[in-house]
Design a protein around this ligand. Structure first.
Ligand SMILES: Nc1ncnc2c1ncn2[C@@H]1O[C@H](COP(=O)(O)OP(=O)(O)OP(=O)(O)O)[C@@H](O)[C@H]1O
Length: 331
């Protein structure tokens, strides 16, 4: 698997990043929550920040927005140290968190009037189009809107000033499929094929596949993957091998093994950077050529995160094997 160190010479990384994290570290008490992050968010791309609950995504985002101080290292956002971000730089950033506050008694158009006062630039048409895209009447009161519609109003308020950089922390949390689609389409439109920079944290891997150019994965506060999205999916392959019993030691010896799961009468094997040696090793499991399974970004990321979390690997899934029992492989 390609790590962020290895991808530093990535073909598409421009020279000036929109965000640069340098040795960024944050403790809460004695607990390290963000650890030595060196990470560049390239301009003009949509970067998805992924990771299991508690991986440190929100903490990282709060630091790069200047809302939380790092314990060590620094975040440079639009060229400024985030911990001393000027008002003018902050105005160039759109920041949206789940549960963005809206006054319940206001009508949607009043929300716009209220917010617009604080910005030098404001695109009325963009606001109107986004609100409409979420099926919202501008005369409706916030208190009468659904969760998805409130998210739509929040997004419109954040995008209407036309920010250079958009930072979204789990924007699709709790949205129904229709609102999620409206969100995705709005983000694709906003990113405009390289005109603006977006970083978003999310757990919705299918959505990431639709909207992101780049994927970064955090595990236990560390950045483990930082690569173009296509590279990530290209490098992870899934294979299926049919049978009831598999030799765990043969499975363990597959070069590049990420994880193996027993699904019904087959073993599904995820591997990184499969080559001839990998195929031969999988072949040895059943004596038949392995069947390649189409995989999505979701499959690839899930397999990767499952291994990193240390569960769901073939040692802890119900792979029945006499040699497994004999050699005493541990969970
Ligand atoms: N203010 C705080 N005080 C103490 N611990 C905190 C604080 N904020 C976050 N943490 C801890 O830091 C860790 C990382 O939290 P963070 O919210 O950054 O993770 P996350 O990747 O965004 O998770 P999720 O996907 O659930 O939103 C968690 O263990 C969390 O409990």
């Amino acid at each position: 698997m390609k790590t962020h160190e290895q991808s530093s010479a990535d073909r598409s990384s421009p020279t000036v990043p929109a965000i640069e994290l340098q040795g960024l570290t944050r403790y809460f008490g004695a607990k390290p929550v963000v650890r030595d992050l060196d990470f560049r968010v390239p301009e003009g791309q949509v970067t998805a920040l992924l990771g299991l609950n508690g991986a440190g995504k929100t903490t990282t985002i709060r630091i790069l927005m200047g809302l939380l101080a790092p314990t060590r290292g620094k975040a440079i956002t639009l060229g400024e140290d985030a911990s001393r971000m000027s008002v003018s730089t902050r105005a160039r950033i759109g920041y949206l968190v789940e549960g963005h506050f809206l006054y319940p008694s206001m009508r949607v158009r009043q929300c716009q009037d209220f917010q617009r006062a604080g910005y030098a630039t404001w695109n009325n048409e963009l606001f109107r189009d986004i609100v409409r895209h979420f099926g919202i009447d501008q005369d409706a009161r916030v208190s009468t809107l659904s969760r998805g519609q409130r998210a739509g109003v929040s997004l419109a308020l954040v995008l209407a000033p036309d920010p250079e950089l958009l930072v979204l922390d789990d924007p699709a949390l709790g949205l129904d499929p229709v609102s999620r689609r409206a969100l995705n389409e709005t983000l694709i439109e906003f990113a405009g094929g390289g005109k603006r920079t977006v970083i978003l944290s999310t757990h919705l891997l299918d959505d990431v596949e639709r909207i992101a150019d780049r994927v970064a994965v955090m595990v236990g506060g560390r950045l483990k993957v930082d690569t173009m999205m296509d590279d990530f999916t290209d490098r992870v392959s899934l294979f299926a091998v049919h049978g009831d019993e598999f030799d765990a030691s043969v499975v363990a010896a597959i070069p590049g093994l990420i994880e193996a799961r027993k699904l019904g009468d087959r073993l599904q094997i995820a591997v990184a950077d499969a080559d001839e040696e990998t195929l031969a090793a999988i072949d040895r499991l059943s004596g038949q050529p392995p069947e390649r399974v189409d995989s999505t970004l979701g499959d690839a990321v899930l397999a990767y995160l499952t291994r990193e979390r240390g569960d769901g690997s073939f040692f802890s899934t119900p792979v029945t094997s006499s040699s497994h029992r004999k050699n005493g492989a541990q969970r």
